[in-house]
Design a protein around this ligand. Structure first.
Ligand code: FAD
Length: 430
């Protein structure tokens, strides 16, 4: 009988919980990846760097498994179709996998588990993509924290108490022996290679050690750029957290934000399309399409905003400080619905993650979990003075700055600020 290990957002062989336990507890373990049509069919960009990245990671994993005398099954379809097919091709004993907490993923897993149960195939899932999963960090009344600071305190207490460890070497002898299997090409999946480079997954200890001094300056390489690797599990979060904890608390804190937003999404899945604070859905967004396009293209006439959007469009990355500025600009200055900005980032970011993106957009729009009031509005000019004082970042992305090719500011700062304050105040009645 064959046991499958189903890879999803955990694309690595080392310190992979579900794979480790499959190899520990079962014989004839064959790893599997499904290019899920439910996800891929929604992607408009056919040279999507993330699909290209996943494809390349799988090719690496497959070749490592083939060196061990096994291989990787790679299929294209909906998970239900694929498991129906596989149950016909193999005599299945169990399917092992790592848990995923997004609404679609939870629903998908429930459906697959049901289908397998009917065929008397076990379905076992493990915690892997987080240190603490939704439900593990709760307040004194057993509820999900709605505010970050107490969540992070409890998270840290638990991190110290429970001895988090990396897993040892997997029991490779329990892999199923197999000839090399074929894998669909990117083109067969309906995609093309992307020319966007992927940041390295190497962890730079010196960078992490100085993270709190460098992380706010977009002209510097002062953050890890590990977002895409955490998203797809090409880096183990346990390994990273264990490395970072003694080096820099601010960096570790960012990993806690990641888990905080995952918990919020799991407990309050309505945030996907509703404000976390429901009264904020009363805001009458202006939603001017022309203004939205200018923002997307980096042509607002506000250099720090335009630099960020151009960085995003060209590289699939935007520095966190600039993400906050561009998101605040869209929602507060232009009064465009945060859902529009969120969707644009989702299309472009290499590190796109529903929980983090949604949580951060709602934070920027003031509609989210943040205890701070809506009248915190980023001023692009003073943000620039503080975080890009010699304009090194801005000039990198806007070579025409200072010439008449660069657009004039699309709105007057004072006017837009007042309009935002009035609109929020009227909608909220406070
Ligand atoms: P580092 O600063 O080196 O941080 C290390 C890791 O910690 C990140 O890779 C990420 O996994 C995690 N992290 C850091 N900050 C946050 C945060 N505020 N919330 C959650 N996790 C965090 N992050 C995403 O991973 N995916 C998104 O889709 C995303 N969308 C965002 C949208 C907006 C409007 C804003 C303001 C922030 C968004 N972030 C998102 C959070 C943050 O900007 C990125 O995680 C970070 O910039 C990625 O760069 P890095 O890998 O160099 O991060």
């Amino acid at each position: 009988k064959t046991t499958l290990f189903w890879f999803r957002r955990d694309l690595r062989l080392e310190d992979n919980t579900g794979l480790y336990y499959a190899l520990q507890q079962e014989k004839n373990v064959l790893p599997l990846f499904i290019f899920d049509r439910n996800i891929l069919d929604k992607l408009e960009e056919k040279a999507d760097a993330r699909v290209d990245f996943i494809h390349a990671q799988l090719a690496d994993i497959k070749s490592s498994l083939e060196k061990k005398g096994s291989s990787l099954l790679v299929r294209h379809g909906t998970p239900q179709e694929v498991f129906e097919e596989l149950a016909g091709e193999y005599e299945l004993h169990a399917v092992y996998t790592n848990r995923d907490y997004e609404p679609y993923a939870k629903e998908r897993d429930e459906r697959v588990e049901k289908l397998l149960k009917k065929k008397e195939v076990l379905f076992l899932s493990f915690k892997d993509q987080v240190i603490f999963e939704p439900g593990e960090i709760l307040n004194g009344s057993g509820e999900c924290y709605k505010v970050f600071t107490p969540f992070s305190k409890t998270w840290l207490e638990n991190f110290e108490k429970r001895k988090i460890q990396e897993l040892g070497c997997p029991n490779w002898k329990n892999l199923k022996s197999s000839k090399a299997l074929t894998m669909p090409s990117l083109e067969e999946l309906g995609f093309r290679k992307s020319d966007i480079p992927i940041p390295s997954k190497a962890t730079d200890e010196a960078l992490i050690r100085h993270y709190d001094e460098t992380r706010d300056f977009p002209a510097q390489q002062g953050t890890s750029r590990l977002g895409i690797h955490l998203r797809f599990g090409t880096v183990s979060v346990r390994k990273l957290a264990l490395l970072a904890a003694p080096l820099n608390g601010t960096f570790l804190n960012q990993l806690i934000w990641r888990e905080f937003y995952m918990a919020i999404l799991a407990y309050y899945p309505q945030v996907v399309d509703q404000a976390f604070k429901p009264e904020y859905d009363r805001i009458p967004w202006r939603n001017d399409e022309k203004e939205f396009r200018a923002w997307c293209e980096g042509k607002t006439g506000f250099p720090i905003v335009d630099a960020g959007m151009r960085e995003l469009n060209e590289t699939g990355y935007m520095h966190n400080r600039v993400r906050m500025i561009t998101a605040s600009f869209l929602t507060k200055f232009l009064l465009i619905d945060w859902r529009w900005g969120e969707a644009y980032f989702a299309q472009k970011l290499l590190d796109y993650d529903l929980a983090a993106n949604n949580g951060s957009w709602q934070w920027a729009a003031g509609t989210g979990t943040d205890a701070q009031p809506y009248f915190r509005i980023f001023n692009p000019e003073s943000q620039t003075k503080k975080f890009d004082p010699d304009l090194a970042y801005i000039k990198r992305w806007i070579p025409e700055l200072g010439t008449n090719k660069y657009p004039k500011p699309m709105v007057d700062y004072k006017f837009a600020r007042q309009r935002a304050l009035d609109t929020y105040k009227n909608a909220l009645g406070k």
